[in-house]
Ligand binder design. Structure first.
Ligand code: FAD
Length: 405
């Protein structure tokens, strides 16, 4: 046992600290986070919180008394700025020293910046934490035109909320389809049609050239010369892992802190979990490396990492899954897809669709729109390797329940 130090008090950090305690870690546990708020869940920041239907208090991951009850010393508003791995000590920006016996890095990710002129103008914002969400909500209430740069999950969620609130919204996506690389073009097309019908202007296959304004933004100029009026610009072009501390300490990093299936970094001792970690792929893809940005991954990887800390390591191999709520669309995806996978489309009632992705004879990923029951069945099938032959999946006279029967 000894002293356990967890750097980063987000979804993964809280999970690893609480699981370590639950599994019997006897020594002191310190959980350090640089934000001023008790640890909270981020998904609602681009959904309910923006609509004014949630507060940071309602999003907390654990009740305020939990940490004291579990003997977890939660330290907020404290940023770790240096790691001394051989001296087993972390150092705060304030100079405070945190000696440890085991260290877990759970530093998350941060919005990728947009390298174009004008990206530093007032009114150009990103969304990662509750402070960003507060700024975004306040500004949304005061503008008529929003441009979202990047047609990924967060951008589309915000676009749906803004449009519903009466803000004229345009999404600019450089790739030919929305949510590029993560979902099939069929699903992307379905989502695009739904957003367009709701009044969001979607522009794909075009890049922004610069953001224009005097002090504050007033337009986004596209590479094809078009100009979009905007008093607010949300940059949602993806996230990059917060791996600088680890990199400076000499741990191998490559799009995240490189870890093995036991969440151990290249020194064989430090652990990394959540959005900041670069993981081995699940079997049968162990050669693949991936970095996942989802609540499920943060929670499940952290649970497995706690078993490493307790000396009975359970390898982490899970079927990745993710959800995104975009206005009336609930999109749920699971598995590891490739662009060249074949697809089987199962349309349900209007407003619903399930897309099954096959590689050869194998079901490798699923994408469900407004089909939570089907998603549960399909996700389970992916996880347990239950076979769903393509001919059976294609037979829409059978329900999925029957097909998987
Ligand atoms: P984080 O939750 O980011 O926590 C990391 C914490 O570490 C942060 O609080 C950070 O401030 C702190 N930290 C970093 N460096 C230091 C340091 N040096 N010292 C001290 N503290 C530090 N996932 C889904 O599955 N479904 C969704 O619908 C969904 N929606 C999302 C919407 C938004 C707007 C965002 C931003 C994310 C969303 N996600 C969603 C992703 C999900 O929230 C993340 O995958 C998850 O939060 C990852 O957890 P984490 O602990 O790795 O990182």
């Amino acid at each position: 046992s000894g002293r356990l130090l967890v750097v980063g008090a987000g979804q993964a950090g809280v999970q690893v600290a609480s699981c370590a305690r639950e599994l019997g870690w006897a020594g002191p546990i310190t959980l350090i986070g640089q934000e001023p708020h008790a640890p909270y869940a981020r998904p609602a920041l681009s959904k309910a919180f923006l609509k004014g239907e949630a507060t940071v208090e309602s999003l907390v991951l654990r009740t305020p008394s939990f940490y004291a009850e579990q003997g977890i010393d939660l330290v907020l508003d404290e940023q770790i700025s240096h790691l001394d791995l051989s001296g087993e000590e972390a150092v705060s920006a304030s100079g405070r020293r945190w000696p440890y016996d085991r260290l877990v890095l759970a530093t998350g990710a941060e919005p990728r910046p947009l390298p174009i002129d004008g990206a530093d103008l007032d009114g150009v914002v990103t969304l990662r934490d509750v402070r960003d969400a507060g700024v975004l909500a306040q500004r949304l209430a005061a503008v008529t035109d929003l441009v979202v740069i990047g047609g990924g999950f967060i951008g589309l969620e915000v676009a749906a909320t803004a449009t519903a609130a009466g803000v004229r919204t345009t999404v600019v996506e450089a790739a030919p389809a929305l949510m590029n690389r993560v979902v099939s073009t069929t699903t992307a097309g379905f989502v695009e049609t739904a957003h367009s019908a709701a009044g969001v202007q979607i522009l794909t296959g075009v890049r922004p050239r610069r953001v224009r304004g005097e002090g504050a933004v007033n337009a986004v100029v596209l590479e094809d010369g078009r100009e979009l009026p905007a008093q607010l610009v949300l940059v949602g072009v993806g996230a990059r892992p917060r791996d600088d501390l680890a990199r400076a300490a000499g741990l191998a990093c490559d799009n995240g802190i490189v870890v093995n299936e036991h969440s151990l970094a290249s020194d064989g001792r430090t652990l990394a979990v959540g959005d900041c970690a670069n993981l081995p792929g699940p079997s049968p893809h162990p050669a693949l490396r991936l970095r996942l940005e989802s609540v499920d991954n943060a929670v499940e990887q952290a649970k497995a990492a706690a078993t490493t800390l307790l000396g009975e390591p359970r390898p982490y191999r899970s079927v990745p899954w993710f959800w995104s709520d975009q206005g009336p669309l609930k999109l749920q995806i699971a598995g590891l897809a490739r662009a060249d996978d074949d697809i089987v489309i199962r349309r349900g009632r209007p407003g619903r669709m399930n897309v099954l992705r096959y590689r050869g004879a194998d079901l490798v990923a699923v994408e469900c729109i407004n089909g939570p029951a089907e998603f549960l069945l399909l996700r389970r099938a992916l996880g347990t390797g239950v076979s769903l032959p393509r001919e059976v999946a294609e037979d829409t006279s059978l329900s999925l329940k029957e097909a998987l029967g």
